[in-house]
Design a protein around this ligand. Sequence first.
Ligand code: FES
Length: 106
Amino acid sequence: MDGEWIKVGSVADIDEDDTYPVEIDGRRVCLYNLGGEIFATDGTCTHGDADLSLGMVVDSCLIECPLHEGTFDIRSGRAVGAPCTEPLRCHPVKVEQGVIFLRPAH
Ligand code: FES
């Protein structure tokens, strides 16, 4: 079962096409601003122990891992570019008056 909505930041904290790290229950989570729309995924690459918030947003919707340059679709978590094959967990987000709330997925 998914958890409660948690306040994790404000839209103003995240530049467009940029990443923003947050920690939830000791877990690394990464927020993204794709053209004004906010998304969240687990913050650790599924290929290795790399912090995706240090990666780059490419092609307007992909996060490129800083370690081996594998890529994931931020909107779905789908592994897109090698060497990544396992998808990233995505977390539901909502924005209310510029404040970002996230409901951790398990
Ligand atoms: Fe992310 Fe290898 S650790 S692609």
